[in-house]
Write a new protein. Structure first.
Length: 160
């Protein structure tokens, strides 16, 4: 698996396909209030300062198999967003590898914290975040606590 920035329109379109599958698997308007708008301007959104999108590709067939993003939140905090692995590639620890990649990038960029939110239904994601050292925190950006669980990783506590 190779993790890299999108480099072409084809890459961006494949990310849209992945994220659409993600959205459709959890069709919840409360948790995805601006998702469709984000998809319409995905490349522009993640071309901004402090915004990073990464894709994972299969080294054998070059298929795009996952994605993850970092989204600037504040001076010392970034947000991990849109972590998703194609269903046919799950169970191979690719989500972990993507998460570890953005943790390393956030550290290199000088952030002290990474925040994220996830739906209560996403038990495997919650287990991954706990294994990586994320701790549950109160909602940090108008998230509905009855639908979402929020986490934070203090990077100085992470083992690089």
């Amino acid at each position: 698996m190779t993790i890299r920035h999108p480099q072409s329109d084809k890459d961006w379109n494949e990310i849209i396909t992945l994220l659409s599958a993600y959205r459709n698997a959890y069709a919840d308007q409360i948790c995805f209030p601006s998702f469709d708008e984000e998809l319409q301007s995905l490349e522009k959104t993640y071309a901004g300062e402090g915004m990073y999108m990464f894709i994972a590709t299969n080294d054998e067939n070059r298929e795009t198999i996952g994605c993850v993003a970092l989204h600037h939140f504040s001076e010392n905090t970034t947000e991990m967003r849109r972590l998703f692995v194609n269903s046919s590639y799950r169970g191979q620890h690719l989500g972990r590898k993507l998460a570890e990649h953005v943790i390393e990038v956030a550290h290199q960029l000088g952030y002290a914290y990474i925040n994220l939110d996830t739906m209560h239904e996403m038990k495997a994601a919650q287990a991954l975040y706990a294994q990586l050292g994320f701790e549950v925190i109160p909602p940090y950006h108008h998230q509905p606590p009855e639908r979402l669980k929020c986490y934070q990783l203090e990077l100085k506590n992470y083992r690089f």
